[in-house]
Design a binder for this molecule. Structure first.
Ligand SMILES: Nc1ncnc2c1ncn2[C@@H]1O[C@H](COP(=O)(O)OP(=O)(O)OP(=O)(O)O)[C@@H](O)[C@H]1O
Ligand SMILES: [Mg+2]
Length: 366
C-alpha cells in the first residue's frame, strides 16, 4: 500500500497544491520556510486525521481561509482509494473514504505512518510517558486485535484511583480495593506482555540499525517494567504491598502506568547522557527497526522523515539513504537535494517554493 497522490486545499501555507508521489523514495526540496514540513504534516493528516505537530486545528487552516482539506489517494491491493479530511476550527472533522463519510469503527484502507520530526526527539530524551504511548502504538500496529488493552488498563486505573479517593474521604472501606487490584493486575499483565513482546521483536533490529547509522558503541532497547513480576497474582501482590502508600499519596503509585522503555548506548541511558546527534540516530534506528518488524508482517509503514540529513555526516547520510531505499515508501525533506545521496537514481523529487509545488519529477535511474 502506498500514497499515490496528495491534494491540499488551504492547508498551512498551501492554498492549492497537488502532487504525485512515487512508491519508493520521495524527496521534498525547498528553502527554509517553503512548506516542506507542512507537506509531511499534510500526508500524516490525510492518513490519520491528526496532525503530527499540533492539536490546534486553527494552526492548520491557512491564514485567511476557514476550512482546510487534505485528500490522499492510496494505492491498495484492490485499487485506488481516496481519503479526504476536512478541518474547520470548532467543528468536528469530516473524514470521507471514496466519497462516503467514514463510519466509526471502520478502518479505512491506509498505510501506517511513522514520522521523524526534530521535536520527536522528545521520544528519546523526554519523560517515560511518551515512550509508553509509543510502544503501545507499536503493539497496536503489530497486533491490531490488542488495541483495547491499553484503554482497559487505563479504565481500571481510573476506577482504582477514584476508589482511593473515596477511601481517603472515609466514604468507602479499603477492602473494596481488592477487586480493583485484581482487575488492574489482570489488565496490567496483558499490557506488560504486549510491551515485552513488541520490544523483543524490535530490539535486535534496533541494535543493528543503530550501529549501521553510526552509533559508535552497542545500542540496546530494553523494556523497563515497574512491576517485578509478570503474572497476574504476583502483580496483585505488588499492588497490595503498595496500598498503604497509595492511600497515603492519593493515587496508584505502582504498576505498568509507570513503565519505561530504555534506549541505551554503550551501557548509558541515551535519555540523559546521549548527545543530540546520538539521540537523533537512536530515534531513527528505532523507527527503522519498527519498520522492519512491520514490513516482515507485510505492512511497512509510510516513513515521513523531516530534516534528518542536515545533522548527519556524509557516511551516515549514505547509510540512511540505503535504509530508506531498501523497503517501502518514504518521504524525506531536505533543503538541498544533494543531502539525500542516491536520490538521483529513481527518486521522485518534489520542489516547493512558498507554498507552491514548483516541480515534481520522477528522476529516471541514471
Ligand atoms: N496556518 C498557516 N497559514 C499560512 N501559513 C502558514 C500557516 N502555518 C504555517 N505557515 C507558514 O508555513 C511556513 C513554514 O512552512 P514549513 O514549516 O513547512 O517550512 P519548511 O520548508 O519545513 O522550512 P524549514 O526548512 O525551515 O524547516 C512559514 O512561512 C509559516 O509562516
Ligand atoms: Mg521544516
Amino acid at each position: 500500500m502506498h500514497v499515490a497522490r496528495l491534494i491540499l486545499r488551504d492547508f498551512r501555507n498551501y492554498e492549492r497544491a497537488e502532487v504525485a508521489l512515487g512508491a519508493g523514495l520521495n524527496v521534498v526540496v525547498g528553502a527554509n520556510g517553503a512548506g516542506k514540513t507542512n507537506m509531511l504534516e499534510a500526508l500524516y493528516f490525510g492518513l490519520t486525521a491528526q496532525s503530527c505537530r499540533t492539536s490546534n486545528a486553527r494552526e492548520i487552516v491557512r491564514v485567511g481561509a476557514s476550512v482546510a482539506r487534505v485528500e490522499v489517494h492510496v494505492q491498495a491491493e484492490d485499487g485506488l482509494h481516496a481519503l479526504e479530511v476536512g478541518v474547520e476550527p470548532g467543528v468536528e472533522k469530516v473524514i470521507r473514504v471514496d466519497g462516503t463519510r467514514l463510519v466509526a469503527g471502520v478502518d479505512p484502507p491506509r498505510p501506517l505512518v511513522s514520522v521523524f520530526l526534530p521535536d520527536r526527539l522528545d521520544l528519546v530524551k523526554g519523560a517515560p510517558a511518551g515512550r509508553r504511548a509509543h510502544i503501545d502504538r507499536v503493539v497496536v500496529a503489530l497486533w491490531p486485535a490488542r488495541a483495547g488493552t491499553r484503554s482497559a488498563y487505563a479504565r481500571a486505573l481510573a476506577q482504582r484511583n477514584a476508589l482511593i479517593g473515596r477511601v481517603r474521604a472515609g466514604a468507602a472501606g479499603a477492602d473494596l480495593l481488592d477487586t480493583w487490584d485484581r482487575e488492574l493486575a489482570a489488565h496490567g499483565a496483558a499490557l506488560m506482555a504486549n510491551r515485552d513482546a513488541a520490544v523483543e521483536l524490535v530490539a535486535d533490529a534496533f541494535a543493528t540499525r543503530a550501529s549501521e547509522l553510526g552509533l559508535p558503541e552497542p545500542a540496546e532497547l530494553r523494556y523497563a517494567p515497574r512491576c517485578a513480576a509478570a503474572e497476574v497474582e504476583a502483580i496483585e501482590r505488588e499492588l497490595r504491598e503498595h496500598r498503604e502508600s497509595d492511600l497515603d499519596r492519593g493515587f496508584t503509585t505502582h504498576g505498568p502506568h509507570r513503565d519505561d522503555v530504555a534506549l541505551v548506548h554503550g551501557g548509558r541511558l541515551l535519555r540523559t547522557l546521549g548527545s543530540q546527534g546520538q539521540q537523533r540516530i537512536a530515534l531513527l534506528a528505532l523507527l527503522f527497526a519498527e519498520r522492519d518488524a512491520l514490513a516482515a508482517r507485510g505492512a511497512a509503514p509510510l516513513m515521513l522523515l523531516d530534516d534528518v540529513m542536515s545533522e548527519l555526516d556524509l557516511t551516515r547520510r549514505e547509510r540512511l539513504s540505503e535504509l530508506v531505499a531498501a523497503d517501502g515508501q518514504t518521504v524525506i525533506t531536505a533543503t538541498e537535494p544533494e543531502h539525500v545521496p542516491g536520490a538521483e537514481h529513481g527518486a521522485t523529487v518534489i520542489a516547493v517554493t512558498a507554498g507552491t509545488v514548483t516541480e515534481s519529477s520522477a528522476r529516471a535511474a541514471a
